[in-house]
Design a protein around this ligand. Structure first.
Ligand SMILES: *Cc1c(COP(=O)(O)O)cnc(C)c1O
Length: 388
């Protein structure tokens, strides 16, 4: 298996056939599984054998999804969750104790940021943020009780790139757990474990599903850490539903071909916006003008589906731009086959203060485009008419 290319594994890493010899993996909508006899029942609960007992713990469809993502990310083990945020929260809850400290990039998904500031302090877990453009300050922020370094790359919505190898080495040197949210890249474009990540977190809701249908999350990586996450999660119940896992396993078969097209369309849009008189700046990891273009090239196969730019004229022009959009969807999702425009300041990052937003590089005029799979001419034409 290991000699096979990404695309082949994404398609061929599938469940063993049942007695019906189906070609496409079936859906197992069952909450529990039967035991052969009293001894089987005892041995199963004593965990003397690997088998399905109850779908809060495991299910053939979720196992197939986990197995595929592990193969894509080069991970030893994983656990699948009902959403990306369930994956983020359960990972922290399983690995951290009261009094522990997280060192996190300041630019993280809005709900992850809220988790740090509004909820984790309830259990006496504190967070210090580091600036994504000055990683040399990170080592100085490590405390006695620091347990985790957490980062996203590219970041949301500013598409900044973090040097994963640098952070991975720092984590290793100080015996910290390095967790990377790899959602914006997808495992097709970037595998953080290669750069030293111990765990990789995903919202499967985005590029993995790719068609805006289901919520999902997954954490994969080091088997000892995943075992702790599994122990916590099989008791607390954030498991992914078999139906959503079945959808996702099918979606992963086309991940490579979809993401290639997303990236091609996104680069075309970014190049178009770069010359536009009503645009202050545009950021896309594979645009030569991106401050971390070389690093992006080192870590990623292509730039991903998200382009960020600023409309000239602040909030007022921003609102006009969104009201003029016709084809693209005004929505908060990303990684969908349908292109989506979002205003981070009033949606995904609205729970933050103005100061917190500005520190993350989100101005009132910042627009995030998740570039979809429509023809690039039509995507660009809609944005062109909306920019006026
Ligand atoms: C969407 C997203 C999440 C949260 O995932 P949900 O599936 O919406 O819970 C986490 N991180 C990033 C980078 C995301 O884009």
């Amino acid at each position: 298996m290991s000699g096979q290319k990404f695309e082949t594994r994404a398609i061929r890493a599938q469940l063993e056939r049942t007695q019906y010899l189906e070609h496409s993996a079936p859906l197992f909508l069952t909450s529990s599984y039967v035991f052969e006899d009293a001894e089987d029942m005892r041995a199963s609960f004593a965990e003397e054998k690997e088998r399905n007992i109850y779908s809060r713990y495991s299910n053939p469809n979720t196992s197939e999804f986990i197995d595929k993502v592990c193969q894509m990310e080069g991970a030893e083990a994983g656990f699948a969750f009902a959403s990306g945020m369930a994956a983020v929260f359960s990972t922290f809850a399983a690995l951290l104790n009261s009094g522990d400290h997280i060192l996190s990039a300041r630019s993280v998904f809005g709900s992850t940021h809220s988790l740090y500031t509004n909820f984790l302090p309830k259990w006496n877990i504190t967070t210090t943020f580091f600036d994504v453009t000055s990683l040399e300050t990170v080592e100085g922020l490590i405390q006695e009780n620091t347990k985790v370094i957490y980062a996203e790359s590219p970041t949301n919505p500013g598409v900044d790139i973090l040097d994963l190898e640098y952070l991975g080495q720092l984590a290793k040197k100080h015996n910290l757990i390095f967790i990377v949210d790899n959602c914006f890249a997808s495992p097709y474009l970037q595998q953080p474990i290669k750069f030293g990540a111990d765990l990789v977190v995903h919202s499967g809701t985005k590029l993995m599903d790719g068609q805006g249908r289901v919520l999902a999350g997954i954490t994969v990586g080091n088997a000892t850490l995943v075992e702790k996450i599994y122990r916590f999660s099989r008791i607390t119940g954030p498991a992914l539903s078999p139906f959503n896992a079945w959808i996702l396993s099918k979606s992963l078969e086309t991940l490579a071909i979809r993401v290639d097209k997303h990236c091609e369309n996104a680069l075309k849009l970014a190049e178009y916006l770069e010359g536009h008189p009503n645009v202050n700046w545009v950021k896309y990891p594979f645009l030569k003008s991106h401050p971390q273009y070389d690093l992006a090239k080192k870590q990623m196969e292509a730039g991903g589906c998200v382009v960020a730019f600023e409309v000239k004229g602040g909030l007022e022009s921003g609102r006009k731009f969104f009201d003029a959009i016709k084809l693209l969807s005004l929505s908060a999702n990303l990684g969908d086959s349908r292109s989506i425009v979002t205003h981070p300041a009033s949606t995904t990052h609205s729970k933050l203060s103005d100061d917190q937003r500005l520190k993350m590089g989100i101005s009132d005029g910042t627009v995030r485009v998740s570039v979809g799979l429509e023809h690039s001419d039509d995507i660009i034409a809609d944005i062109e008419q909306a920019l006026g």
